[in-house]
Design a protein around this ligand. Structure first.
Ligand code: PA5
Length: 418
């Protein structure tokens, strides 16, 4: 289960208590929302499709050196976050990510990396019409057809999209691609524990049963009154009213780089609207202590920091013992690296609090499937409760349309001519 702690002294406890009493009431609102399908997903998912995902993952591991996952935003960040946080692909099939940019250099690099190897494609788009993945899908579909012929290419394409509508849905039906469903009542950034994320995660050799179990356990902890997720959501809203309008998610595990990206999308797209919201940023330490660390310690005092910590000690590598002490590290000889990393985390928290940065802590038991499943659910619930507390709809993203409309006008898409 995920724990939440925070450094006292930055907010008035009575004021925080008033906000949290309201925040706790929003669990029911999230559950009843037309886009609240993620709330009960860990205990209420399509078991038949779940088994089909495992079967498809096995086939892909049997016949593909690469799986190209095509999707953008909520259609790729979640599974990339999980796979990388858990240390990457364990089996034969390596995952490549396309459709999240229109950069020819980036797509060329993937094409070159695949070379003559065997590959399959998982194209993921709820709407089925997002330009970036649609363009990438055309390119990789053509590559599959050139390599394997039309019939075998169709067997190597897995489409994850709406159950009944959209261009991708229609194409999947017409061409007979194996299809998985993006549930109607779950938005992209809350969808990682649906087929959107689970196929790639299963292909990477991660136990999707354990991931779902972890999320279900966290759901039990939060479902009555939001538990620790409500505390976190309420506190970030109180901090916002005090002028702390930037939140930095700080992590001491480089494997969490994409988890941070997923978190930024979750909170940025859910809360940044109606001229409101905390701006989500992230750092990976110690790396960023030597770049962003200076600003965090002494720059403008409008930011707070949320540290992700892991309880379990990972005893795997020690500082070697040597005869001399030329590098001055005698005092660390025989110490576990994990202990030193955790000490760096604690020291950073203390230094930043002393520098006037409100510090929040999210503590997870371990870095394994169950804990990651729990952490995902914790942040999803926190984000929904925080958005409602802020007074916005945490499940829409109307602002994303603005660049699309202008791009379509500039590209001359029919119906968008000026
Ligand atoms: O969270 C969201 O809803 C968005 O980030 C979408 O996932 C993203 O825009 C991709 O949309 P689609 O899956 O329809 O291609």
């Amino acid at each position: 289960m995920i724990e939440f702690k925070y450094a006292k002294g930055f907010v008035d406890e009575a004021e925080y208590q008033k906000v949290i009493d309201v925040t706790r009431t929003y669990v029911a609102r999230a559950e009843q929302d037309a886009f609240g399908g993620w709330v009960n997903l860990p205990i209420n998912y399509d078991k038949v499709e779940f088994e089909r995902i495992k079967k498809a993952a096995k086939k892909i591991n049997d016949d593909s050196d690469y799986l190209v996952c095509i999707g953008i935003g909520g259609s790729y960040l979640g599974h990339r976050a999980v796979i990388e946080a858990l240390g990457g692909e364990k089996g034969r099939t390596k995952i490549l990510y396309a459709g999240n940019s229109l950069s020819v250099r980036s797509i060329r690099r993937i094409v070159d990396q695949i070379g003559d190897a065997d590959f399959s494609v998982n194209v993921i788009s709820k709407s089925g019409t997002t330009t970036e993945p649609a363009v990438a899908f055309r390119i990789f579909k053509q590559m599959l057809i050139d390599k394997y012929g039309t019939e075998e290419a169709a067997k190597r394409i897995y489409a994850t999209t709406d159950a009944a509508k959209g261009a991708l849905h229609d194409e999947a039906v017409a061409k007979g691609y194996e299809s998985f469903v993006v549930p109607d009542n779950i938005g992209g950034r809350y969808s990682v524990l649906s087929a959107v994320g689970l196929l790639a995660i299963a292909v990477a050799g991660v136990s999707i049963d354990a991931l779902m179990d972890g999320a279900a356990e966290e759901r039990t902890a939060l479902i009555s009154d939001g538990g620790a997720a409500a505390e976190y959501a309420a506190l970030r809203n109180v901090l916002l009213t005090k002028g702390f309008n930037i939140e930095i998610l700080a992590n001491f595990e480089p494997q969490f780089t994409y988890f941070n990206e997923w978190w930024k999308q979750l909170f940025g797209e859910s809360e940044g609207k109606d001229e409101k919201g905390v701006f989500p940023a992230s750092v990976i330490d110690s790396t960023d202590l030597h770049s962003m660390g200076q600003y965090i310690q002494q720059g403008r005092r409008n930011l707070f920091e949320t540290f992700v910590e892991v309880t379990r000690d990972y005893a795997d590598m020690m500082v070697p013992v040597t005869e001399d002490n030329l590098d001055g590290l005698k005092y660390l000889e025989g110490r576990e690296l994990d202990y030193i990393n955790k000490t760096a985390n604690a020291a950073t928290r203390e230094a930043h609090v002393a520098g006037g940065v409100p510090v929040l802590e999210i503590v997870m038991p371990d870095i394994d499937e169950r804990s990651i499943g729990g952490l995902i659910y914790f942040f999803e619930m926190s984000c929904a409760l925080s958005g409602f507390t802020l007074g916005v709809n945490p499940f829409d993203q109307p602002g994303v349309e603005a660049y699309k409309t202008r791009m379509f006008e500039l590209l001359g898409k029919p119906g968008y001519e000026k």
